[in-house]
Design a binder for this molecule. Structure first.
Ligand code: NAD
Length: 327
């Protein structure tokens, strides 16, 4: 039996579906139901009883559940879930005969948005500058402690930024909405309390919905990895099964980063919306993370290029618009 935490989340749901498609026994654990059927426990990995129930007969844990937030109000909760919750789960797993424990960490442990060198390899210094990244680094330390002192095999995957392709052209989506659409970005910045940035963005509103091309203060367009959930699933399954994954730490993500200057014209052509260009104060986001180790050691191959993701994003956007018109 394989336990997947965060089984109602973006990556967790897809991992559960892939394992079930292979005919493997899987149990989900999440705060909310996944709605996908199959065995799952609705509960928290912070709750000892829920964890004990979830671990019954389990040989491998894929710990993909976490609380991702960059809002000040969520700080305490994030440490409870991502650090104390991970500790509780690791302790219980090590006491109940789990053989392998895979942990979803993040590129924010480096951090990717302020790298010291490029491309970022697993040997880059770990100096997170977000509290979310710090919770992931503390989670990694707990995993490394168990790897050193216990008998469980552990695997740390430093996840790239990850999206379902369907999210890319969705104004309402958590990541792509504010990243690629101006008005959702204004709402996001207001919710973070970044009033000066919100004002800057408002001043660029052209009176109709538009995309946003983000650049830094020297007009360098942002550049980052955006990896399709389906590629992440393939990497998680390698971490679960591959003998050489044991004890390892791997960056997991697309081969190449996405250059926003090249991407935005494509988005505009697909949505018909105009783009406004905004130069943000500071260095901006500009990185390239190497996935060489996971390719060479475990045979990982990313399949879902941005162009392939966009094909799916367009189809999903058409369906959304058709549905809205019917309502
Ligand atoms: P997600 O937010 O879609 O899913 C996380 C799931 O965890 C949610 O369904 C949530 O209900 C569940 N969860 C939260 N607290 C829980 C608790 N106490 N007990 C049980 N379940 C709980 O996230 P995702 O995009 O699927 O990401 C999967 C993992 O990858 C997470 O650990 C995340 O931190 C990490 N990660 C994601 C990205 C990304 O861009 N999506 C980037 C780097 C790392």
């Amino acid at each position: 039996m394989i336990l997947v935490t965060g089984s109602a989340g973006r990556v967790g749901r897809a991992v559960v579906a892939a394992l079930r498609a292979e005919g493997r026994a899987v149990r989900g654990l999440d705060l909310r139901p996944s709605g996908t059927g199959g065995e799952e426990i609705v509960g928290s990995f912070e709750d000892a009883q829920a964890v004990a129930n979830a671990l019954e007969g389990v040989r491998a844990v894929l710990h993909l559940g976490a609380f991702m937030s960059w809002a000040a109000l969520d700080r305490d909760r994030m440490f409870e879930v991502n650090v104390a919750g991970t500790r509780r789960l690791l302790n219980a797993a090590s006491e109940t005969g789990v053989r392998r424990f895979v942990f979803a960490s993040s590129g924010e442990v480096y951090p990717e948005n302020r790298p010291e060198f490029l491309p970022i390899t697993e040997d880059h210094p770990l100096r997170p500058n977000s509290l979310y990244g710090l919770t992931k680094l503390l989670g990694e330390e707990l995993v490394r402690f168990h790897q050193r002192t216990g008998s469980m095999e552990t695997v740390i995957l430093r996840f790239s930024h990850t999206q379902d392709a369907e999210e890319l052209l969705d104004e309402e989506s958590f990541f792509s909405g504010p990243r690629f659409f101006l008005r959702p970005r204004i709402r996001q910045q207001l919710s973070f309390g970044n009033l000066a940035i919100a004002d800057l963005l408002r001043s660029r509103d052209i009176g109709e919905p538009s995309h946003i091309l983000a650049r830094n203060e020297n007009s360098r367009p942002f550049r980052m990895h955006i990896t399709d959930t389906r590629d992440m699933v393939a990497g998680v399954l390698l971490a679960l099964d591959h003998p050489k994954a044991a004890g390892g730490t791997f960056n997991l993500g697309a081969d190449e980063p996405v250059d926003f200057a090249a991407l935005l014209p494509k988005l505009c052509a697909l949505t018909g919306l105009p783009t406004v260009t905004v130069d943000f104060p500071g260095d901006g986001v500009y990185y390239h993370t190497s996935n060489e180790r996971i390719r060479n050691t475990l045979g990982f191959e990313a399949q879902w290029t941005m162009d392939r993701m966009l094909d799916d994003a367009v189809a999903a956007r058409r369906q959304r618009i058709a549905k809205e018109r019917r309502l």
